[in-house]
Design a binder for this molecule. Structure first.
Ligand code: NAD
Length: 259
């Protein structure tokens, strides 16, 4: 198989970084795209510094570069795709992975929080895909993997905005899969379970520490452990490579969600 170019949003850290590593290990070129300056959110988001140190860390594995992007901004998405085309000649695999979370009771949940989650998690998937689709069409082995969540398959108290956004990602995935199938572009969603990233450690279980996270996941996961960024990277490589798989939403969730 020819070397493919992968563009991963939210790739500076967490699950996106794990995906970047797995794609590099399987012979792909990777462009990491993330916010340049920390973002304006309830907890710190990625940054230039984090992107640069991730590129430094992964560059011994393969060809990896980074570019700034704000997935809520159409012009920024187009610029990130153009930077990838300029650097590597095209885009074969788009990983729409950037995401944010917030939680709280209905009456205390602000409109800005609601709109912020939908701007990144839902509109961001559309804007990045729209920006990249011409490049994907030019590839003879193109795929899109959208990071949804098990929160896109079951609701949770205090998480209506996040769960709603991830259900939307699965619906968008199925729609894009239908639309792009005649051109051979596969579109799938990945549904992580519980991965110990900033979402947990800086927000959902902030200040509770890793032992508390490990205990919570081992208590509720049938397989008795949290999932890892490596698990997500391997699954994303599979979804981007499986020639006859499109429109699915694959749980990588230790048995916590089974449909
Ligand atoms: P994370 O906070 O470590 O990573 C999210 C990344 O997205 C950050 O680098 C952040 O800078 C980036 N990002 C946020 N807003 C952006 C924007 N406007 N433009 C560009 N980049 C932006 O968290 P993570 O857990 O690695 O999350 C990655 C994806 O996995 C998200 O879509 C998240 O919803 C999903 N997910 C995570 C879990 C989990 O347990 N951690 C479970 C299910 C789904």
């Amino acid at each position: 198989m020819a070397t493919r170019t992968v563009l991963v949003t939210g790739g500076a850290r967490g699950i996106g970084k794990g995906m970047a590593k797995s794609f590099l290990e399987t012979g792909h070129r990777v462009m990491i795209a993330d916010l340049p300056a920390g973002g304006d959110w309830r907890y710190p988001l990625g940054s230039d510094t984090e992107m640069t140190s991730t590129v430094d860390e992964l560059s011994s594995i393969g060809e990896v570069r980074c570019t700034p992007v704000d997935v809520t901004d159409a012009a920024s998405c187009e610029q990130a795709v153009q930077s990838t085309v300029d650097a590597f000649g095209g885009v074969d695999v788009l990983l729409n992975n950037a995401g944010v979370i917030d939680s709280g009771p209905i009456e205390e949940f602000g409109e800005a929080q609601w709109d912020g989650i939908f701007a990144v998690n839902v509109k961001g998937v559309f804007l990045m895909t729209r920006a990249a689709v011409a490049s994907l069409r030019a590839s003879d082995d193109a795929a899109i993997v959208n990071t949804a969540s098990i929160a896109g398959k079951r609701g949770s108290a205090r998480l209506a905005a996040y769960c709603g956004s991830k259900w939307a990602v699965i619906g968008i995935t199925q729609s894009f899969a239908q639309e792009l199938a005649p051109e051979g572009i596969r579109v799938n969603a990945l549904c992580p379970g519980m991965v110990g990233t900033a979402m947990w450690h800086d927000h959902l279980m902030a200040d509770q520490g890793d032992p508390a996270f490990q205990k919570r996941t081992s208590d509720i996961m049938p397989l008795g452990r949290p999932q890892t960024v490596e698990d997500m990277g391997q699954a994303a490589v599979y979804l981007a490579s499986a020639r006859n798989v499109t429109g699915i939403a694959l749980n990588v969730a230790g048995g916590y969600e089974m449909h």
